[in-house]
Design a binder for this molecule. Structure first.
Ligand code: FE2
Ligand code: FE2
Length: 334
């Protein structure tokens, strides 16, 4: 999950057949029993809407996340790097596909979700509003951004909503590959020429703090988490996940021979965790508000890609309609 805590659980109660499910003992018992909620099960309307919004934001992040790295496909330093990067970016498109499909099982319409992304009514992770200035940034994104994503997503494999949880199992396997390819890029640069090592260090310096912000605001400032935890959507708090990521990443930085740009980062024997410096969340909130370095560019590119792809969607639906028609239905089905 990419920064799932910026959209509030939807507390509105729309009158309808699902309303009764708010107090549905079957739903409550299912959650208490760590069971999975499936698309045809009764569920509270607020649960459904919260999931649609979270899954949509996740899906949007996957496809917008293709842009910063896609920027380097044509300039990858070798054919091997290019082939790996293309596979990685293509995986992200696939993650978007699984997630939009998971949102559809909750009754959401994919075209409508994309429309909400394009009009700015739904968000994507702020991390993708930072530029990729050098090849080393591709390494830093794989290592840190995909690493943070894995930390967020592994608990989502046990999310109470079945289709989302199952999508996460495959996504996490692919994210592990992404993280390792990023680590390997940085390891190669870090053990290359002094200029290459400087490039790797610079990328890590720029991506470290934004990757910590991917876990969302501090727990004290995250009023939505409690409801998501009660519903079994979220399993650990933002700060717990952030700490887990830091504890995992510090030894990896040492193995890379690179430093993390936080002079207060040190092992706390008593806590059994690394202490870290204060995170400047004002920067994060500026980026969320649309004032990040690349917000406008990312959205413009996405809208253009959507418009340019209109003929593909038309052809695909014409093809589907043709094949859905009963045999001998004749003309006029496309
Ligand atoms: Fe992904
Ligand atoms: Fe990834």
């Amino acid at each position: 999950m990419y920064g799932n805590d910026f959209s509030a659980p939807d507390q509105s109660r729309r009158p309808g057949p699902d309303q009764a499910a708010d107090d549905d003992p079957t739903f409550t018992a299912l959650l208490a029993d760590e069971g999975r909620v499936e698309p045809r099960d009764a569920m509270p309307e607020a649960y459904r809407r919260t999931l649609v919004r979270q899954i949509a934001q996740h899906a949007h992040s996957e496809i917008i996340g293709m842009q910063p790295e896609g920027n380097w496909i044509s300039r990858a330093p070798s054919l091997r790097r290019k082939a790996i990067l293309m596979a990685k970016v293509q995986d992200e498109a696939g993650h978007g596909l699984y997630l939009y499909a998971a949102a559809e099982t909750l009754g959401a319409d994919r075209a409508d979700l994309l429309d909400q992304l394009h009009s700015g009514r739904q968000k994507y992770s702020s991390i993708f509003n930072y530029p990729t200035l050098t090849w080393a940034d591709v390494g830093a994104i794989g290592w840190l951004v995909d690493g943070a994503a894995i930390t967020n997503q592994v608990p989502l494999c046990r999310c109470s909503y079945g289709p989302y949880a199952r999508a996460m199992v495959r996504v996490c396997k692919e994210e592990s590959f992404h993280q390792r390819q990023g680590f390997e890029i940085l390891h190669t640069l870090s053990h290359g020429t002094p200029a290459q090592k400087r490039m790797a260090q610079d990328a890590v310096d720029r991506y470290w703090w934004p990757s910590l912000m991917m876990f969302g605001p501090p727990d004290d400032d995250s009023p939505n988490s409690a409801q998501s935890m009660a519903w079994g959507i979220k399993r650990f708090s933002n700060d717990e996940l952030r700490q887990r990521f830091i504890d995992m990443t510090v030894p990896q930085a040492q193995a890379l021979g690179l430093t993390l740009p936080d002079p207060e980062l040190r092992w706390n024997e008593e806590r059994g965790h690394y202490d870290h410096g204060t995170i400047d969340f004002t920067e994060l909130f500026e980026v969320i508000k649309g004032h990040g370095p690349c917000n406008a560019e990312r959205m413009a590119h996405r809208r253009k890609a959507h418009d340019d792809g209109a003929w593909v969607r038309e052809a695909a639906s014409a093809y589907a309609a043709k094949h859905a028609a009963p045999a001998g239905a004749g003309r006029g089905v496309a």
